[in-house]
Structures are given as structure tokens and as C-alpha cells.
Design a protein around this ligand. Structure first.
Ligand code: FMN
Length: 365
């Protein structure tokens, strides 16, 4: 099944493999697309993946969470984004952009001395910062920023937009009872914690129309010891999104301070793979929209099994495609397993000049 075509909304994908959103530290310091970044996406397109999702692109300056992210918060980025899309399309690839805001998980040095913003002033222990609680007006500014960013995505020619609703960034912060302690209309119970995402979704739809592919990556659980999103609430959020028209959902989990994070290490055996398969199956059973499974998929056999047993409709990978952008073609030619060791050295964002497979680099030198 893995190499059978799939129609997502009305986008025809050559196969069911997706490059999950992966930040590359590949834009310039201002967030403009570089020739080197275009080359990376060309390698992915040539490598045979059915759909590429870009790394998270900040919808607002206050939402830049790591250096050299691709900007989408101003019209000045449209030309570069459009060149990126054209390069992928010229090779027959499909590409969606992930739109994001970092909220309390922004490296403070990127915000020029300003405190990161968040639904509530809940201390973030990994970056060791306490964000500033957003005012009502600021919340609406960010909602409109998501809508405007989606409009730019469409203008640049992307095949769709993915809302980054996972991993403890701003949208995920509003959904989580751990990070959203508000008692106004934006927090307090499940419905009010959902409201920010609902308004973001509505602003996006208003900007791009009903025919455009709009999907989301969201946490199935925050994996926190106390509080935070759990699978039952996460499923209800997905059901609410389905009811208002979201086109697909990618199932992930965890945030910076979680015991279990989105990109886990020690994927040594087949049973360690596809570590979000249970929540994905729950989503599949309860929703009518396509479900994308991400997290630790390393072998072709497991990817096939996940599709055949109905855990998901599409299979997404991140780290394996950093190591081997042409892994889909290699799978198709008979390769069984990604060479990725899930060591996470590619995530040493502060130290690396650009995101790359450090193990591969060691072999080459
Ligand atoms: C270098 C790197 C950058 C990432 N950037 C993003 C991102 O921008 N947006 C996102 O939703 N997830 C991001 N992720 C998480 C991946 O998309 C994925 O959910 C996670 O790595 C698990 O999948 P994998 O086992 O196939 O790597 C990133 C992961 C890595 C390793």
C-alpha cells in the first residue's frame, strides 16, 4: 500500500510517505529562503516522498522559536517561498507549509530582549523562562497572523498548510491545561481551551477558502506527570476540528518539558517503532478524515503494517529523511530499514550550523 497513490483533499500524492515538518536551520538570519535550502527540498522531491511538509514557519516575529527559521510573517517572504514551491513542483513533488508560533518555547535570544508570550505565565523549565501572559488583543493579533500566513502560503503556491498544533508551541499551549491556566474565554475548560485553535482555523479558512488543503499536527498527549493534554481530550479536539472542516490530522505528542518527547531515541527493535500508533488508531477509529502517523517509523515493513492494519492513512518521517532524503526511492527499490540511528544529534540546534545527520558526517570524514 505504501507506494500506492493517495488523494489528500484533491492533491494527488504518488505514495503514502510524508516528510514530517522538519526545521533545517536553513533560512538566512532574516528568514529568507536560501539556494542551499532549495537544494535540500529538491533532494527530498527527487527522493520520492509523496508529500513534503516544510519546517515550522513563524506566523509572527514573536513566534520565532529557533534561529534561521523560514519566515512567513510578512509579504516580503512570498517570492522566496514561491521559488521553493516551484523547485519542488518542477520535480513532480507536493509541498505543504507548516505554520507555527513558538509561544513560551522560543529561544529568548531571538526575541531581542522581549519575554516570550503564552496563554499563561507558566515557567518553562528547559529554556528556564517564564513567559508573559497574552492580553486579549494580542491573542486576536496572533489569530489574524495565522490567517495572513496561510494566505501567503496559498499565494506562494503551496499545496496546503499544516497548523503546528503540537509539541508545546503556542496552539498546543492553548489546548493544554498545563500551560493554559486562564479563567477568561480562552481557558478554564476544554471548550474554552479549544477556542484559540478554532479561531485560528476559521481565520485560515477565511484566507484560503474551503477548497484549500488545511490540516494539523497535534499532540495525542502532552506526556506530563501532572495535567496537560491526554488522549481522550485530544480525540475530542480532533472531533471538534473535523466538525468544522479540517482536512487531516497528524498524530504526535510531547513538549519540551515532557518525559516522552516527539522525537524519541533508542528505536532499536520493530516494537519501538511507530510509538504514536495507539493514539493514531484511536483517531482512525473515531474520525472520518485522513490520519497521518509520525514518530519512530524506521522500516518499510512497519510502515506497510501501519497502513494495512488501519492505524493510519499516511506515514510521516523526519529524522530518516535527514539522513537519506531518497529513502522512499530506496524503500521502493527493496531497502528494508532507514540508516537513521535516532541519536538526535541532528537536533543540537544551538551547536550545528545547519540541521544534518551527524553520524553520516562522521562516516564521511
Ligand atoms: C531536526 C528536527 C527538526 C524538527 N522540526 C519540526 C518542525 O519544524 N515541526 C514539527 O512539527 N516537528 C518537527 N520535528 C519533529 C518531527 O517532525 C517528528 O515529529 C519527530 O522527529 C518524530 O519523527 P521521526 O522519528 O520520523 O523523526 C523535528 C524533528 C527534528 C529531528
Amino acid at each position: 500500500m505504501l507506494f500506492e497513490p493517495y488523494v489528500l483533499k484533491d492533491i494527488r500524492l504518488d505514495n503514502r510517505l510524508v516528510r514530517s515538518a522538519t526545521y533545517e536551520k536553513g533560512a538566512d538570519n532574516e528568514g529568507f529562503i536560501t539556494p542551499e535550502l532549495i537544494q535540500r527540498y529538491e533532494a527530498l522531491a527527487r527522493g520520492g516522498v509523496g508529500l513534503i511538509i516544510t519546517g515550522g514557519a513563524p506566523v509572527h516575529q514573536s513566534g520565532r522559536f529557533v534561529p534561521k527559521m523560514v519566515g512567513i510573517y510578512d509579504d516580503k517572504y512570498i517570492d522566496g517561498l514561491s521559488a521553493l514551491v516551484s523547485a519542488v513542483h518542477a520535480l513532480g513533488g507536493k509541498i505543504a507549509v507548516q505554520i507555527a508560533h513558538g509561544g513560551r518555547q522560543c529561544y529568548p535570544e531571538l526575541l531581542g530582549g522581549e519575554l516570550p508570550i503564552a496563554p499563561s505565565a507558566v515557567h518553562e523549565p528547559v529554556l528556564n523562562i517564564t513567559p508573559r501572559e497574552m492580553a486579549d488583543e494580542e491573542i486576536w493579533t496572533m489569530i489574524h497572523a495565522f490567517g495572513e500566513a496561510a494566505g501567503r502560503a496559498k499565494a506562494a503556491g503551496f499545496d496546503g498548510v499544516q497548523i503546528h498544533g503540537a509539541h508545546g508551541y503556542l496552539v498546543s499551549q492553548f489546548l493544554s491545561s498545563h500551560t493554559n491556566r486562564r479563567t477568561d474565554n480562552w481557558g478554564g475548560d476544554e471548550g474554552r481551551r479549544f477556542r484559540f485553535l478554532e479561531e485560528v482555523y476559521k481565520a485560515i479558512r477565511e484566507a484560503v477558502g474551503v477548497d484549500y488543503l488545511v490540516f494539523i499536527k497535534m499532540n495525542s498527549s502532552d506526556h506530563l506527570c501532572c495535567g496537560g493534554l491526554r488522549p481522550d481530550e485530544s480525540l475530542r479536539i480532533a472531533q471538534r476540528l473535523q466538525a468544522i472542516g479540517i482536512d487531516a490530522v497528524e498524530v504526535s505528542g510531547g513538549m519540551y518539558e515532557s518525559s516522552l518527547r516527539p522525537a524519541r531515541t533508542k528505536i532499536l527493535h520493530p516494537e519501538d517503532e511507530a510509538y504514536f500508533k495507539e493514539p493514531a488508531a484511536l483517531f482512525k477509529m473515531s474520525l472520518n478524515i485522513p490520519v497521518i502517523l509520525v514518530g519512530g517509523i524506521r522500516t518499510r515493513a512497519i510502515a506497510e503494517e501501519m497502513l494495512e492494519l488501519g492505524y493510519a492513512d499516511l506515514i510521516a518521517m523526519s529524522r530518516p529523511l535527514i539522513r537519506e532524503p531518497d529513502l522512499p526511492n530506496k524503500f521502493m527499490a527493496g531497502k528494508d530499514k532507514s540508516d537513521c540511528q535516532s541519536c538526535n544529534a541532528c537536533m543540537n540546534f544551538r551547536k550545528l550550523d545547519t540541521v544534518k545527520c551527524v553520524q553520516l558526517q562522521k562516516l564521511e570524514t
